[in-house]
Design a binder for this molecule. Structure first.
Ligand code: ADP
Ligand code: MG
Length: 238
C-alpha cells in the first residue's frame, strides 16, 4: 500500500526473555478506523507505546506520515501527529475537565487563548460540555474515558491511538462512545483502536489486525477476521 499514514515494519519489542511484540507488520491508511485486537497480554498496549514513542523497539521500523519515526521521543511523536489515550487513565484529578483539556492543548498551542479555544472545540467533539467545570477526579468511568479521548484529541493528532476506551462501559455508554469515535474520524482523524469487545469493534472498524503472543496472526475486514479459524482458536484458548 502506498501512502499509508502509519507503516509498521517487522516491529519487535523484547522485555528480557519475553517478546511483547515479534516481527509485527501492518499499515494504517489515512482516514481509516483500524482495530487492534487480541487476548490479554498479546502486546497491544506495547505496540501503542512504540508508535507513540514511549517504548523503544528492539528491532524493526516505524514510518509515520512519510517519515522514519523509529525510536522518536514521545513529545516528538506527538508533535508529528500521534495522539494516544492510556489504558490506565492519567488525568489530573484535582483539575477540572476544561483545565485538563487546556493543559493537553498546550502541546500544540503556546498561547493560553489558543489552548482554551482548542479545549472548547474538543469538549464539543467529545461531548464533554456537561462536565467542563467538574474536577476530573469526580467523574464516572465513562466520563473519564471521554476525557481521555478529549485530551488526546486536544493535541490535534493525525493518528489517534485509543486503548480500550470502550471497556468497562455500560452498553449505552459504549454506544455513545462509539459515536464519538465516529465523529472524530469523520473530522479527518485516522484511528487505530485496541478493544476487547468484538461486537463493538466489528461494526466500527474498516479493518482489523489480530495479535496473539506478540505476533500478528490475522488481518482483514471484521468479517474475515471473525471467521478466521486461527483467531477463533486464539480466543478460545485452544
Ligand atoms: P496487551 O495490551 O495486549 O494486554 P501488553 O502490551 O500490555 O499486552 O503486554 C504484552 C506482554 O508484555 C505481557 O506479557 C506484559 O506482561 C509484558 N510487558 C508489557 N510491558 C512490560 C514492561 N514494561 N516490562 C516487562 N514486561 C512488560
Ligand atoms: Mg493493553
Amino acid at each position: 500500500m502506498t501512502g499509508a499514514l502509519l507503516r509498521i515494519d517487522n516491529l519487535s519489542c523484547r522485555f528480557g526473555g519475553l517478546w511483547a511484540n515479534r516481527d509485527v507488520s501492518f499499515e494504517v491508511e489515512p482516514g481509516a478506523i483500524v482495530g487492534l485486537i487480541g487476548p490479554n497480554g498479546a502486546g497491544k498496549s506495547t505496540l501503542f507505546s512504540m508508535v507513540a514513542g514511549a517504548q523503544r523497539p528492539t528491532s524493526g521500523r516505524l514510518e509515520f506520515d512519510g517519515r522514519d519515526v523509529t525510536g522518536w521521543a514521545p513529545h516528538r511523536a506527538a508533535r508529528a501527529g500521534v495522539g494516544r489515550t492510556f489504558q490506565l487513565m492519567r488525568v489530573f484529578g484535582s483539575m477540572t475537565v476544561r483545565e485538563n483539556l487546556t493543559t493537553a492543548a498546550f502541546g500544540r498551542h503556546s498561547r493560553l487563548r489558543d489552548a482554551r479555544r482548542r479545549a472548547d472545540e474538543v469538549a464539543e467533539l467529545a461531548g464533554l460540555g456537561p462536565v467542563l467545570d467538574s474536577p476530573a477526579a469526580s467523574l464516572t468511568a465513562a466520563w473519564k474515558k471521554r476525557l481521555e479521548m478529549g485530551r488526546a484529541l486536544a493535541t490535534e493528532p493525525k493518528l489517534l491511538l485509543l486503548d480500550e476506551v470502550l471497556s468497562g462501559l455500560t452498553p449505552t455508554e459504549a454506544r455513545e462512545a462509539v459515536e464519538i469515535v465516529r465523529t472524530i474520524n469523520r473530522g479527518g482523524v485516522t484511528i487505530l483502536m485496541v478493544e476487547h469487545v468484538m461486537e463493538v469493534i466489528m461494526p466500527l472498524c474498516h479493518r482489523v489486525v489480530v495479535l496473539h503472543y506478540g505476533q500478528k496472526i490475522s488481518e482483514g475486514t471484521p468479517e474475515q477476521v471473525a471467521h478466521d479459524p486461527t483467531v477463533v482458536e486464539a480466543y478460545l484458548g485452544k
